[in-house]
Ligand binder design. Structure first.
Ligand code: PGA
Length: 258
């Protein structure tokens, strides 16, 4: 299976989010095989987008959640509030949260634990910065983030975790990783996860790629066996681009025999 996640960031309000969600539903029509699809509008649009995608196979994701369960945390949104809104997935540890909002591996870890205990599927973002890549330390960097994010975590068999490998230098820059390098990193992540989460089964987690994915390169990533799907930022708020990405996913799935 392939999973496509659209991270709409702070780019669209409620009205535009609903229009985008409707456009996505239209784009899915007529395909024999569809990827799993998750849309992540801003918090304020979740309620309306939920109505727009009701009775479809599009899942609702949030872009973040509070590390705390409840209480005096002005401005925060808790896992329980998200569940109440029909959210099933939540992005955790996006590089923008780490870089601009000072989230550490420890915060990410607390958020992952919070998400799983509320029954949400965390989309755990990891990825090296340009210096680590240049210096040949990308794997080490990503392994450190994974170790931090998954510390003291115990998964139950109903839990599912999505990992998004997003090299920081590729996010929003128009300079995507090569499918071959991304695949190699995915294989590394796939081999590390069972070490860090003993007992996790291969069907309980998936590894997505993110960073300057658009309609022109989506297919080249999705046809890689190691790439279970894509986390798309900028191109997910451009309906024509996102449609091309969804079509690429359908094409890859339709060409498969399994
Ligand atoms: P981008 O963003 O697709 O605009 O590079 C990806 C992301 O931030 O998840």
């Amino acid at each position: 299976m392939k999973t496509i996640v659209g991270n709409w960031k702070m780019n669209v309000g409620t009205r535009e989010s609903v229009a985008l969600a409707r456009g996505v539903l239209l784009a899915l029509r007529g395909h024999k095989r569809l990827p799993d699809l998750v849309v992540c509008p801003p918090f304020v649009a979740l309620g309306e987008v939920r109505k727009a995608v009701a009775r479809s196979h599009v899942a609702l994701g949030a872009q973040d959640l509070a590390a705390e369960e409840q209480g005096a945390f002005t401005g925060e949104v808790s896992s329980r509030m998200l569940v109440e809104l029909g959210v099933s997935h939540v992005v955790v540890g996006h590089s923008e949260r780490r870089r601009l909002f000072c989230e550490t591996d420890e915060t990410v870890n607390r958020k992952v634990i919070r998400a799983l205990s509320a029954g949400l599927t965390p989309i755990v973002c990891v990825g090296e910065d340009a210096a680590a890549r240049r210096e040949g330390r990308a794997r080490e960097f990503v392994a450190g983030q994974l170790r931090g994010a998954l510390r003291d975590l115990r998964t139950r068999h109903k839990d599912r975790v999505l990992f998004a490998y997003e090299p920081v230098w590729a996010i929003g820059t128009g300079e995507a990783d090569s499918p071959a390098d991304a695949s190699a990193m995915h294989a590394w992540i796939r081999s590390l996860v069972p070490e860090l989460l003993p007992g996790i089964k291969s069907d309980q987690f998936a590894v997505l790629y993110g960073g300057s994915v658009d309609g022109s390169n989506a297919y080249s990533f999705l046809r890689e066996d190691e790439v279970d799907g894509l986390l798309v930022g900028g191109a997910s708020v451009k309906l024509s681009e996102f449609t091309k990405i969804l079509e690429s996913a359908s094409e890859v799935l339709e060409n498969r025999t399994e």
